[in-house]
Design a protein around this ligand. Structure first.
Ligand code: GLN
Length: 197
């Protein structure tokens, strides 16, 4: 499996480690590449769009022409895991002119809405497809405030969606790469198979 981590900005190394862990748990060889330029995504089997600053990530992927390649990747049905700022970038509407939302996950988001209430928090969340709760770390997380018909909500906190699946894209408001638990990466990249602990 060749995994591309969109690496224009954000927590790239943590995602690289998590995807290696998820693949190792399945005895899958994994090559992880950092994507800063166009021309790399077309060779990737799976993609990660990390947390960070969505306005910056949006501007840079557009400037480099990586945005169209991510859209094409999803159009081919290939998996993506988008976390926090990644969710904002992949959403249908980020309600912010500085974010050119890719429209890959049919949700609208309110950037930093959780953050205005509590800057960062952690919660054990139940996620569809995982047997045990996942310890989720939220950092200035986006609030998902509208969910389209084709979107499966995988987890909620206080009734708000915090993990969703839209076709080949899994997106989380939290940061699954910041714990040692690679089950969300597994869920995103090995969707047809039994989850391994
Ligand atoms: N609030 C940030 C944004 O709007 C996202 C924060 C994060 O990725 N931890 O881009």
């Amino acid at each position: 499996m060749k995994a591309g981590v969109i690496a224009v900005q954000g927590d790239v190394a943590e995602h690289a480690a998590a995807v290696r862990n998820a693949a190792a748990a399945r005895d899958e060889p994994a090559e992880v590449v950092e994507v800063r330029d166009a021309g790399i995504v077309p060779d990737c089997d799976v993609l990660l769009v990390p947390g960070g600053e969505s306005t910056t990530i949006s501007r840079l992927i557009r400037r480099e022409g990586i945005d169209a390649e991510i859209r094409e990747h999803v159009a081919r049905g290939k998996p993506v895991l988008a976390t926090c700022a990644g969710l904002i970038v992949c959403s249908r509407d980020a309600k912010d002119d500085r974010v050119d939302a890719l429209g890959l996950v049919d949700v609208s988001v309110d950037r930093n809405a959780f953050g205005r209430q509590k800057d960062s928090f952690e919660a054990n969340v139940s996620i569809t497809g995982l047997d045990d709760p996942f310890h989720a770390v939220f950092i200035r997380a986006p609030l998902v405030d509208e969910v389209g018909a084709g979107v499966e909500v995988l987890a909620t906190v206080d009734g708000r969606p915090v993990a969703v699946r839209n076709g080949p894209v899994v997106a989380t408001a939290f940061h699954p790469e910041l714990t040692d638990d690679a089950r969300v990466h597994d869920l995103a990249f090995f969707p047809e198979r039994e989850v391994v602990a």
